[in-house]
Design a binder for this molecule. Sequence first.
Ligand SMILES: Nc1ncnc2c1ncn2[C@@H]1O[C@H](COP(=O)(O)OP(=O)(O)OP(=O)(O)O)[C@@H](O)[C@H]1O
Ligand SMILES: N[C@@H](CCO)C(=O)O
Length: 292
Amino acid sequence: MLTVRAPATSANLGSGFDVFGVALSRPADVVRVEKADRTTIEVTGAGSQYIPEDPEKNTVGAVAEALSAPAHIEIDKGVRPASGLGSSAASAAAAAVALNELYDRGKTRKELVPIAAKGEAVVSGDAHDDNVAPAILGGFTIATDDGVRTVDADVPLVACLPDIVVSTRDARRVVPDGAKVSQLVETVGNAATLTTGMHRDDPDLVGAGMYDSVVTPARAKLIDGYDDVREAAFDAGATGVTISGAGPTVIAACHEGDRRDVGVAMLDAFDAHGVDSQVYQTRIGEGATLFD
Ligand SMILES: Nc1ncnc2c1ncn2[C@@H]1O[C@H](COP(=O)(O)OP(=O)(O)OP(=O)(O)O)[C@@H](O)[C@H]1O
Ligand SMILES: N[C@@H](CCO)C(=O)O
């Protein structure tokens, strides 16, 4: 039996809608695989009661199919589904790395990205790379139609997951059809600032580049208390705050010494809206890790 740990991920980071992603040092899914005649799936852990074990409906089933690698797959969920923390992608990424090894398919990590993305298509209708790329490769990733570029960045982050469910499918329905040229100019500037910050491990530049006026405001309406949580995080020292993935997690960049205060401020602000939440004091981390 082979075991792979794949991390939670945060896509978009505000200005990089459907392009930017980061691997988080925590939380993570753990996937174990064993050769079998047909694929069977067993799910335990965070939110497992909401995750189908039918291979046609679980992201790992699509990955096993794409690699022609039938297996018994055990998924221990550390990343709650519909969180905005790349829950479905963590399982798909772990399965891709594990099954590639189990069946000796010889694919490189980069070649496994579009294979894991087939799992994402099962749940959201589209094969996005922006969560599976960092889940497999680690660091900060830029996923475009031309492929994936990676930056081995290290920036402290705080992710606050409220007890609200927002599915990616629903959050994509509220994305505006278009944007003004002035918003395009602003977004290019912010995305460039953020990318420079990643190269320099600079939380101030990363935070400044996280602002987005196109997709984030539309999605914020789906997250009770978002505006207050954002403001509270800034007051506590965050350098940038935005929605993680499709939400409802709110993610903040900050300096190392401010992580605790930022986390507490976000928890309290959700609490003031009657919403329970949990905080991960995390940072940009590694991609999927294989254990024997
Ligand atoms: N292995 C899996 N792990 C988690 N969710 C899964 C898995 N397989 C299928 N699903 C389904 O995928 C949906 C959750 O995926 P969704 O993309 O909405 O959330 P997410 O992965 O946490 O968010 P995001 O992509 O915004 O970061 C749920 O309906 C869940 O049942
Ligand atoms: N880029 C995707 C991430 C969620 O899979 C979105 O924001 O809809």
